[in-house]
Every structure is written in structure tokens, then in C-alpha cells.
Design a protein around this ligand. Structure first.
Ligand SMILES: Nc1nc2c(c(=O)[nH]1)N[C@@H](CN(C=O)c1ccc(C(=O)N[C@@H](CCC(=O)O)C(=O)O)cc1)CN2
Ligand code: GAR
Length: 200
């Protein structure tokens, strides 16, 4: 089962899953990482980790259909089976979603359906939680569909929001659980998909 990652910044979930694969804790192979941000630390990390990499962005492909096709072509070229959105801040298009239906996972730093949707990403999510006065937050792993953050939820974990929490303290508490939450969801999906893929 070949894993391909899409990341816009650090790619923390991609790093966690790659470490798990190489430690024999996840029966999958990390093969590639795509970023829309040529200066993303995730892209530099992936190159050093020996993954195939590609910088595919709206700057290179102003036509969303062409960008969608370029992402799909690269994913098919590297033999991807499962896509992991690891802090990917752009909308995935219909060509990729159709070709990888049921095989694209995203992690979002809130208890979806709260604080999700267009405009809700990164620090904005944690600020919305604090502004709403929520007593709990957390992270959610969901299958990716055309609607932003609307896909079926596969895993979710809660963390407390403590009195005096700041953006940084809440973000750190949520990010501390994201890697293992994504690992758990990927492990379950790989096991589910495995029988179908078993060689004849
Ligand atoms: N088709 C889908 N594509 C993506 C989904 C999805 O559920 N379906 N999830 C997002 C990840 N995400 C939340 O988890 C998310 C990412 C980005 C945005 C957003 O509003 N982005 C801004 C641009 C921000 C930037 O470029 O820095 C925008 O599109 O205007 C909301 C939610 C990944 N793709
Ligand atoms: N809506 C998507 C979203 O907000 N994703 C969030 O962006 C951060 C990326 O961190 P990273 O760049 O260090 O991996 C992560 O906390 C992830 O949950």
C-alpha cells in the first residue's frame, strides 16, 4: 500500500506516518509528497527522506482543472494507493477525488463538524475555538470528499481547553495528538483495503 502526502507547510502527519512505516508499525510504504508551497519545510524533509516530490501549485497551473490533472498524473506516476492530507491548505479537485474515492484522508484540528469548512484552517481554527469559549477541542480524521471538511469521520480525539489557554498552548495540545490519531485511522483503512488488494 503506497502512501502519498500533500502538505502546504511542515507536513507533521507525513513525518509521523513515515516514521511509523520505517519502524514497522504501519504496513505501508511512503512514496511521495506534493506541496503547493515551494518553500515548505515538508518538501525539504521529503527530499531528504528519499520520497519522490513535486511542487504543484496554482502559480504553476492557474487553471484549477490543469492543476487537478497534474496532481493526478504525478500520483499515478508514483503508484500512490492512499492519499494523506498533512496540513494541505488547498481544495482537492474532482479528478483526484474520483480516482482516489474512499482513499483520501485529512486531519483537521477541531472536533468536526465544529469549526470546519472554507476559511477554517491552521491557527484560525484554534482562535475560533477560543473565541467560542469551547471547553474542549481536539482533532478529526475524515475521508475527503468534494465539500470541505464534510467527508465521513474516521477518528476523533478530544483535548481540554484550559482557562488561560492561548493560541500557542491550545495548538500545541492539539498537535500533540494528531500524529497518533492519523496513524490509527490509516492503519484501520489499510487493513480494510488490504483484502481487496491482496495479489491473486
Ligand atoms: N475537496 C476537498 N479538499 C480539501 C479538503 C476537503 O475536505 N475536501 N480539506 C482541506 C483541508 N482543510 C481542512 O481540514 C482546509 C484547507 C484549506 C481551507 C481554506 O479555506 N483554504 C483557503 C486558502 C488557504 C491558503 O492557501 O493558505 C481557500 O481555499 O480559500 C479550508 C479547509 C484540504 N482540501
Ligand atoms: N484545515 C487543515 C488544517 O488546518 N490542518 C492543520 O494544519 C496544521 C499543519 O501543521 P504542519 O504544517 O506542521 O503539518 C495541523 O495542525 C493540521 O491539523
Amino acid at each position: 500500500m503506497n502512501l502519498a502526502f500533500l502538505a502546504s507547510h511542515g507536513g507533521s502527519a507525513a513525518r509521523h506516518l513515515t516514521g511509523a512505516c520505517r519502524a514497522g508499525e504501519l504496513d505501508a510504504v511512503p512514496v511521495a509528497l506534493i506541496s503547493n508551497n515551494s518553500r515548505s519545510p515538508a518538501l525539504a524533509w521529503a527530499r531528504d527522506a528519499g520520497l519522490r516530490t513535486a511542487h504543484l501549485s496554482g502559480a504553476k497551473y492557474p487553471d484549477p482543472e490543469a492543476l487537478d490533472a497534474a496532481i493526478l498524473n504525478f500520483l499515478q506516476d508514483v503508484g500512490a494507493d492512499l492519499l494523506i492530507l498533512s496540513g494541505y491548505m488547498r481544495e482537492l479537485g474532482p479528478q483526484v477525488l474520483d480516482a482516489f474515492a474512499g482513499r483520501v484522508l485529512n486531519i483537521h484540528p477541531s472536533l468536526l463538524p465544529r469549526h470546519g469548512g472554507r476559511g477554517m484552517y491552521g491557527d484560525r481554527v484554534h482562535l475560533a475555538v477560543l473565541e467560542a469559549g469551547d471547553s474542549a477541542s481536539g482533532a478529526t480524521v475524515h475521508l475527503v470528499t468534494s465539500g470541505i471538511d464534510e467527508g465521513p469521520r474516521l477518528a476523533q480525539q478530544e483535548v481540554p481547553v484550559r482557562p488561560g489557554d492561548t493560541l500557542e498552548t491550545l495548538k500545541a495540545r492539539v498537535q500533540a495528538i494528531e500524529g497518533e490519531l492519523m496513524l490509527r485511522a490509516v492503519r484501520e483503512l489499510v487493513a480494510e483495503l488490504r483484502p481487496i488488494d491482496a495479489p491473486p
